[in-house]
Design a protein around this ligand. Structure first.
Ligand SMILES: Nc1ncnc2c1ncn2[C@@H]1O[C@H](COP(=O)(O)OP(=O)(O)OP(=O)(O)O)[C@@H](O)[C@H]1O
Ligand SMILES: Nc1nc2c(ncn2[C@@H]2O[C@H](COP(=O)(O)O)[C@@H](O)[C@H]2O)c(=O)[nH]1
Length: 188
C-alpha cells in the first residue's frame, strides 16, 4: 500500500455490511477498521473499544462540539459517529481505513474526503432484508420495524454513491467488494 485511502461501506441496517467487512478484514489484514462511537446501549456480546465506544449523550454531544468526530448522525434514536483522530492518524501513516456507517454519515464523508471510495450495499429485496434482521435476533420487533422503514429512504439514495453491490450470495459480494477496493478501474 503506497498511500492512505478511505473506504466507506454503507447501506441499510441488516443488509450485511458488518458481515462483509469482517470477511474483508480477514482476507486483507492490512486494512484497518475505524471503531465508531455510539450512544446505543451495548448488545449482548459487544465489547467497549472493539465493537463501539459506548458513550452517554452528553459525552457524544461534547465530541460533536469539540470537532472530534469526522462525521456523525442520529439513527433510530441514538447517535453514531466516527472519531476523527484515529482515522486521520492512520491515513497519515498511509493506511487504508474502512468505515462501516449509515447513509447520512456516508453522505457527509464526501464533503471532507471527496476521494473516498464509497460502496452502498443493497439487499436483494426488502423482504430479504427483513428476514436478515429477524434472523440476526439482535433487535426488538419495534426496532426492526423502525430500521426497515428507514431502509426504504436509504435505498432510494443508493445512486448517490460511487459503487453499489447487491449482497445476495455472500462470497460473490465479497469478490465484488474486493474488486471495487483493489481494482477500481476494471469493469466486470
Ligand atoms: N449474503 C448474505 N446472505 C444471507 N445472510 C446474510 C448475508 N449477509 C449477511 N447476512 C446475515 O444478515 C444478518 C445481518 O448482517 P449484518 O449484521 O452484517 O448487517 P449490517 O448491515 O452490518 O447491520 P447493522 O447496520 O445493523 O450493523 C446477519 O445475521 C448476517 O449473518
Ligand atoms: N454515521 C454513522 N453510522 C454508523 C457509525 N457506526 C455505525 N453506524 C451505523 O449505524 C447503524 C446502526 O448500527 P447498529 O450497530 O445499532 O446496528 C448501522 O447502519 C451502522 O452501520 C458511525 O460511526 N457513523
Amino acid at each position: 500500500m503506497t498511500s492512505g485511502k478511505l473506504i466507506v461501506i454503507t447501506g441499510p441496517s441488516g443488509v450485511g455490511k458488518g458481515t462483509l467487512v469482517k470477511l474483508l478484514l480477514a482476507h486483507h489484514p492490512d486494512l484497518s477498521l475505524s471503531v465508531s462511537a455510539t450512544t446505543r446501549p451495548p448488545r449482548e456480546g459487544e465489547t467497549e473499544g472493539k465493537d463501539y465506544f459506548f458513550l452517554s449523550r452528553d459525552q457524544f454531544e461534547n465530541m460533536i462540539e469539540t470537532g472530534e468526530l469526522l462525521e456523525w448522525a442520529e439513527y433510530a434514536g441514538n447517535y453514531y459517529g466516527t472519531p476523527r483522530q484515529g482515522v486521520e492518524e492512520k491515513l497519515q501513516a498511509e493506511e487504508w481505513v474502512v468505515l462501516e456507517i449509515e447513509v447520512v454519515g456516508a453522505r457527509k464523508i464526501k464533503q471532507s474526503f471527496p476521494e473516498a471510495t464509497r460502496v452502498f450495499i443493497l439487499p436483494p429485496s426488502l423482504a430479504v432484508l427483513e428476514e436478515r434482521l429477524i434472523k440476526r435476533g439482535k433487535d426488538s420487533k419495534a426496532a426492526i420495524a423502525q430500521r426497515l422503514e428507514h431502509a426504504e429512504t436509504e435505498i432510494a439514495a443508493a445512486e448517490e454513491f460511487e459503487f453499489c453491490v447487491v449482497n445476495d450470495d455472500l462470497d460473490r459480494s465479497l469478490v465484488k467488494l474486493e474488486k471495487i477496493i483493489f481494482q477500481p478501474s476494471q469493469k466486470d
